[in-house]
Design a binder for this molecule. Sequence first.
Ligand SMILES: [Zn+2]
Length: 188
Amino acid sequence: MTFWLLAVSFALANEPQDLPYYIAPCTKQAMLDSGCFEGDDQLAVYALEAWQRAANGKLKVRRVEDPLSARMQVIWASKFGGQYGEAEPVMISGKPGVRLAIRPVGRNVDDPLLRDVMVYLTVLHEAGHGLGLRHTRNFADIMYSFQYGGDLAEYFQRYRRKLKTRADFAQQSAITEGDLRQLTALLP
Ligand SMILES: [Zn+2]
């Protein structure tokens, strides 16, 4: 799914685009429904901040506590759904926004950091859609679509191999030149 949050929502050409985002808390109920863990919000923060870094000063993401003042909402979706995540256009307080429904999968994975990688890369990919990026056919890209086939396990493992600890999410980018070209084309 592709839409153009950046294109429709921002007007000021010379200032960084402001993107207030909200992350739903992983409550006890959400934990049961979705398999989220406390601390998954930090993975979403890392993902949003990765797009900010990639935008090189043209995008300013800002976490807000009120979902209605956000333009992008991250929620933990039921584990009984099919996909890793979905990005859905929504109206938030009368303005176009996007809701990222993330399924925190990988609870059966032995390696906790790999499980976190799956959540992180899912948020990163869906947030990319929220920003207006389309799927690509290049397996290296975070915006790659598995409709073109490919090794799903390797998609996660290649990023996992870059990490030693959870803090490394803040340093290691999964955004490629190809992803960046798309982002740059959307930014003023
Ligand atoms: Zn996608």
